[in-house]
Design a binder for this molecule. Structure first.
Ligand SMILES: Cc1cc2nc3c(=O)[nH]c(=O)nc-3n(C[C@H](O)[C@H](O)[C@H](O)COP(=O)(O)O)c2cc1C
Length: 194
């Protein structure tokens, strides 16, 4: 065999398509904990994405009980300020049920074009992460609520806002429910030029 898989077993296109199309954003998880080794393995695969100038701009934070509690407290306060007590307490209750917590940040770059490319690479990493977890039956939800833009959020991580910004707060765990999704036919979104 020649090409990309010379000397190796080629992944089945059918299996790959099923993995890509079957992955869903998971909103509700069981309470079962995901082994840390599975997450670390998925993070290793997350890094194997294109990144211009090989900047490897991603940083990952796995949140333990203390950090989670701090993020929940911060988010509850943010929601309370804009939507009031009962909305805030509803969020607190829901966030307390999330089994696995991970934050992906991107390196700040004073060159905005470079930073944009680095952000693109981090988004690719997020998708690798999602697929690697999904292949092991683990679901992920990418969240970009107000809380991740709060300076206090980075402080909880022990990160410096001059050096990193949050790409997302990711919850992971075993799906309690897998939602359905549809996509527009790609032909409607594609122009083939002469
Ligand atoms: C950058 C980004 C931010 C997202 N933020 C949220 C979010 O804050 N809350 C949420 O419920 N879903 C969020 N999502 C998940 C999308 O809503 C989800 O991907 C979309 O509904 C399609 O579902 P699927 O991932 O199952 O195909 C985000 C996805 C991306 C790529």
């Amino acid at each position: 065999m020649s090409g990309a898989f010379a000397g190796e077993q080629s992944p089945s296109p059918v299996v790959l398509a099923a993995l890509i199309k079957g992955r869903r954003t998971i909103h509700d998880f069981t309470s079962d904990a995901v082994p840390e080794a599975a997450v670390l393995e998925a993070l290793e695969l997350a890094c194997w994405v294109p990144n211009h100038h090989r900047t490897e701009p991603w940083r990952f934070y796995l949140l333990g009980e203390t950090a989670r509690a701090q993020v929940i407290e911060l988010n509850t306060a943010i929601v309370r300020a804009s939507k009031g007590d009962s909305a805030a307490e509803a969020k607190r209750k829901r966030w307390n049920t999330m089994p696995g917590w991970l934050v992906l940040t991107c390196q700040v770059n004073q060159d905005s074009a470079r930073e944009r490319e680095d952000y693109a690479a981090c988004c690719c990493a997020a998708q690798n992460l999602a697929l690697a977890l999904w292949a092991r039956g683990i679901g992920l939800k990418w969240g970009t609520g107000k809380v991740i833009r709060s300076p206090a959020f980075l402080e909880i991580l022990g990160a410096d806002a001059a050096e990193e910004f949050a790409v997302g707060l990711f919850w992971y765990g075993y799906p309690a429910e897998v939602p359905e999704q549809v996509r527009r036919p790609v032909r409607e979104l594609t122009r083939i030029l002469a």
